[in-house]
Design a protein around this ligand. Sequence first.
Ligand code: VGL
Length: 215
Amino acid sequence: MVEINSSDIIASFDVDAQNCFTPLCPEELPVPDGHTIANALNAQAELAHWRVASKDAHPVSAVWVASKENPQLTPLSGHANSDLYWNLHAVPGTYGFELLEGLPAVTDYDFFVWKGIEPDLHPYGACYHDLADTRSTGVIEFLRDRNTRTVLVGGLALDFCVKVTVLQLLQAGFRVIVNLSATRSLTEVTEQQAMTQMREAGAEFINSLDELVFS
Ligand code: VGL
């Protein structure tokens, strides 16, 4: 059980809950079962005062697009803000770019982040546009301005963009609760590493919203 003080301001964060991270887009970055989390994200948002979200928004000309010579997940050098090659994903105007079916329209969120728009920027976390965490996307300021104490986090994928967003929110001083029913991982190995890293940084975890107790 994870206790939350009823007077705390709570935010709900949908990280990159886009079709490109589901088996519906097998050519992009399919996360097993990634398409099944919309209801869990909506339920989580019901408990929150603010609902924020992010989307990857990548150009076709990105420097990190994987090829035969440079396959996915191999290191990329010479670009300070792109570290690995990835299959092209989340191109605005495509189906993969869109939020999962069942989620609100972008304009119905209280704050929305688009990230990775520049061809040589491939940030994972939703709080900064660069890998050095220096160029804010504004979401931390939005949450701070509203006295947010606790952030409930879900989205895709747990082992990459969700993980880094969680670490950034913890670093910024928020209490962070990862809702495991509202997130999925790209691989089991990276999931284990991500869970350890988040736990060591102070994240809390729930398997379902039933594990939250309001006192
Ligand atoms: C993601 C890998 C590459 C994610 C994005 O949203 O988790 N993972 N780009």
